[in-house]
Structures are given as structure tokens and as C-alpha cells.
Write a protein that binds this ligand. Structure first.
Ligand SMILES: Cc1cc2nc3c(=O)[nH]c(=O)nc-3n(C[C@H](O)[C@H](O)[C@H](O)COP(=O)(O)OP(=O)(O)OC[C@H]3O[C@@H](n4cnc5c(N)ncnc54)[C@H](O)[C@@H]3O)c2cc1C
Length: 405
């Protein structure tokens, strides 16, 4: 998603771009490939609008009007102190939720006619700076030569490894379980985050299932779960028969939306943290999960990657407009200075939040409940959190301000 977005931004700025991926578009946009939804911040939505992507995903995206955060113990009611973010306080929805497959489909649709060359299936198998260029070899035997190569190749990032960019990394003893539920009552655009001792349990509102995909009892009332569970318990939970799995979901979900039904497949994602020590090398840059992998507690991983794409496009296009080439070293250094600090701050904040909330130690629980209550009670602080979640803090790239790069 980050690589396609960057390709689009660069192509719209007049740069000639090729994108290689070992997975073809037909698989990347298939519901069997990725069960996740993404909570896109409003800054990310602004960017997708400028790039002409939003028109292809808008009908599949659910605006987020409210977010309710509660500190809950499994099997007992949530703490009385909870936090409510209401979009009316900032005048626009706090973002939107769309299935990853629909975001990818929209990106592929927007790329048509832009001149971007899509080479898939084909992995980059070797990459090497070569004087004023960088050379890449693909698994189909093709060789590419460019002024700049970007590794937007995800968490494992073979390109990061090949370019010798090291990371700081650790695994969380948690797994992200993802599933879709239907519920009796409408969600009205409200996202819920229940902090349980095993980790956050997020309920993300989705648009109604399309007519052709409607299954289950309440296809118009759907939400996606991101259930963070202890690593040692997750395999057994994922193997439970449907009625027992549904019962475990119900214990965590609560009854605020009436009866619930789990529909479709269950997914699981190991959760890890990593930050690249450097984001650039000669004629090379990292963007998205190749540069940083953060805990999904605040739903910010892709938003951070889209900000990389916007910032890198801005730095590259500025040097191209000055008559320099797309891999200019000073432009890459500027990109690195800009994005490394921002990513570090968010990565550290999400890591800290996960540690603070994923436990049941009574004094810690008391302190965090007071914290939630304080943020809830103080309007300016609440609005600051909302703007942060909406992606509006820090130095915003032009695309995220709603202007061309
Ligand atoms: C459970 C869960 C929930 C999440 N929820 C949210 C959320 O609500 N909001 C949010 O902002 N983020 C969320 N995230 C994070 C988000 O999913 C990631 O940050 C995002 O997918 C990263 O996108 P990317 O394009 O950088 O990498 P990827 O999506 O991993 O894409 C990498 C691409 O590179 C390709 N590739 C791999 N190797 C090669 C090679 N050698 N050559 C060429 N191509 C290659 C791959 O095939 C793939 O297409 C969540 C993550 C998890 C685990």
C-alpha cells in the first residue's frame, strides 16, 4: 500500500516509476489474502483524495464519528472512568475504516493511465548502487536501472537487509487476532477500544456488506475485531469450534450492540516492533513497514507509512524540480531527518501504551484509569489526542495537508 501510494505521488509529479511485487494484484486484492481493515487517519484520507484514490474507496469506507476507550477486566463491567472522543468537537470525522483489499484495489485503479509500470509477480532479488544509478535484478530475470530505489517491501524487507540497514527489534508476547462480527444494533460509526489485561480489544465499525457479499443475520451492521491476545493462548483460541470462539468474542465484546455473530475467517498476526537505524543509503530509501513496525494498539502503522510516502515524494519532487535527479543525496537525508524522528516518537508511544495497559496490576490500573478520566475531563487535552490520532501533529507533508506534492 505504501509503495503503490508513493509510485502514484511520484508519477503525478512527472517521475518515471516501475513497481515490482512478488504477489500479483489479483491476489493482493482478494479477501483470502488479508483479513484486516485499516483505520485511516483524516490526514491520510486527505492525501488519498489529492492522489485520486479516494473516489475508488469512498463507498467502502466507514467514517469514524466517535471513539470510546475503556479499561476493562475480562468478565466484569468496564471501569466507570472511560474516555470518549466525539468528532463534533473537531468538526470532521476522525478518519475512516476500510478493508485493506479495498484500499489496494483503489490504488491499482488510480495507477491506471499514470504510466507507472507494474511488474508482478516479480521479487527484487538483488540491488546495488552503481555510480549515478542503482541497479535491481528481479526474479523474472529482468534488470532495472534507476536514479532511486525504494524498499517499501514490508516488515521483513529483503531490500533493507541487502542494503545493510540495521534495525532495533523485539517481539511482543502477543498475537493480533482479526475477525469480522455482525451485530444486532447499528454501530453509528463508533470505534471501541477495550483495554483488557492480555492487550487491547478493538471493535472497528465497517460499512454494510455489499449485496453480493451479504452473509449472516445482520449484514448491514458489521465491525472488524483486532483482538490482541497472549501468544500462548492464541493458537487454542484460533482452533476453537465456531460456537466456543463466538462465546470468547462475546465475553470481550460486551452487549452494547445486541446479539453478535462471528462471520468469515479468523486471522492472526504476530506482533513485533522494529525501527530501522537509518532510512536511507546511497540512491536508496525505506518507506512504510520496512522502516518501522509498530504495535497496532493505536491503528497507526499504515498512517505512518503513508506519511513516509508523502514526505519522500515531496523531497524527491523538490530536487527534480531544481534539475537534480530523483536520488539526490541531500533530498534523501532531508527525508530521513524528517521521518525518523516522527516514527521514533510514535513507535515509542505505542510501545509504552501497550506496556501500560496490557496488565492487570491493581496500582497500575488505578493510575491509568485516573489518566483516562483526566484526558476525558479536559477539553483541550482531549482535542489534542483527537488531532494526534487524526494525523495532524508534527510537520505534515503537503499531500497530507490536502495539497499536491
Ligand atoms: C492486526 C493489525 C492491525 C493493523 N491495523 C492498522 C490500522 O488500523 N491502521 C493503520 O494505519 N495500520 C494498521 N496496521 C499496520 C499496517 O497493516 C501496516 O503498517 C501496513 O500494512 C504496512 O504497509 P506497507 O505497504 O509498508 O507493507 P506491506 O503491506 O507489508 O507491503 C509490502 C509489499 O512488499 C512486497 N514485497 C516483499 N518482498 C519483496 C521483494 N523482494 N521485492 C518486491 N516486493 C516485495 C510484498 O509482497 C507486499 O506487497 C495493522 C497491523 C496489524 C498486524
Amino acid at each position: 500500500m505504501v509503495g503503490l501510494t508513493l509510485a502514484l505521488a511520484l508519477a503525478q509529479g512527472g517521475v518515471s516509476v516501475s513497481v515490482a511485487d512478488p504477489v500479483p494484484p489479483s491476489v493482493l486484492t482478494n479477501s483470502a489474502f488479508d483479513g484486516r481493515v485499516t483505520a485511516l487517519s483524516y490526514a491520510a484520507v486527505r492525501m488519498l483524495k489529492v492522489l485520486g484514490v479516494w473516489e475508488y474507496v469512498a463507498t467502502e469506507a466507514q467514517p469514524i464519528s466517535d471513539i470510546l476507550v475503556t479499561d476493562a477486566a475480562l468478565g466484569s463491567p468496564p471501569s466507570a472512568l472511560s474516555l470518549h472522543f466525539d468528532h463534533r468537537e473537531i468538526g470532521e470525522p476522525m478518519g475512516a475504516i476500510a478493508e485493506n483489499r479495498h484500499i489496494r484495489r483503489a490504488l491499482f485503479a488510480a495507477l491506471e493511465g499514470t504510466g507507472v509500470r507494474l511488474i508482478a509477480p516479480a521479487a527484487v532479488t538483488a540491488i546495488e548502487p552503481n555510480g549515478g544509478f542503482i541497479d535491481a535484478t528481479l526474479s523474472n530475470g529482468e534488470r532495472l536501472r534507476a536514479h532511486l530505489a525504494v524498499g517499501a517491501d514490508g516488515r521483513e524487507s529483503p531490500l533493507r537487509e541487502r542494503m545493510g540497514l540495521r534495525t532495533v527489534a523485539w517481539s511482543y508476547p502477543q498475537v493480533g487476532i482479526v475477525a469480522t462480527v455482525q451485530h444486532e444494533r447499528p454501530h453509528n460509526g463508533t470505534a471501541y477500544e477495550h483495554f483488557l489485561s492480555s492487550g487491547p480489544f478493538a471493535i472497528l465499525p465497517m460499512v454494510a456488506a455489499s449485496h453480493s457479499e451479504a452473509v449472516g443475520q445482520y449484514p448491514t451492521n458489521r465491525s472488524s475485531l483486532v483482538w490482541t491476545e497472549r501468544e500462548e493462548l492464541a493458537p487454542a483460541l484460533l482452533e476453537l469450534p465456531p460456537e466456543l470462539f463466538a462465546a470468547e468474542v462475546e465475553r470481550r465484546f460486551g452487549d452494547h450492540l445486541g446479539a453478535i455473530e462471528v462471520v468469515g475467517a479468523r486471522w492472526s498476526y504476530p506482533l513485533r516492533f522494529h525501527l530501522a537505524r537509518g532510512y536511507v543509503a546511497p540512491r536508496f530509501a525505506l518507506a512504510g513497514d520496512s522502516a518501522h513496525g509498530i504495535h497496532p494498539i493505536a491503528g497507526q502503522g499504515l498512517n505512518l507509512g503513508l506519511k513516509d510516502a508523502a514526505a519522500l515524494a515531496e523531497c524527491v519532487l523538490e530536487s527534480v524540480r531544481l534539475g537534480l535527479d530523483a536520488g539526490d543525496a541531500e533530498a534523501l537525508r532531508r527525508y530521513e531527518r524528517w521521518r525518523r524522528f516522527d516514527s521514533f516518537v510514535l513507535a515509542a508511544a505505542t510501545d509504552g501504551l501497550n506496556r501500560l495497559f496490557s496488565n492487570d496490576i491493581t496500582p497500575v490500573r488505578a493510575i491509568r484509569d485516573v489518566g483516562l478520566g483526566i484526558v476525558d475531563a479536559i477539553g483541550p487535552l482531549r482535542r489534542l489526542f483527537m488531532r494526534n490520532a487524526g494525523g495532524d501533529l508534527g510537520q505534515l507533508p503537503r499531500l497530507m495537508r490536502g495539497e499536491p506534492a
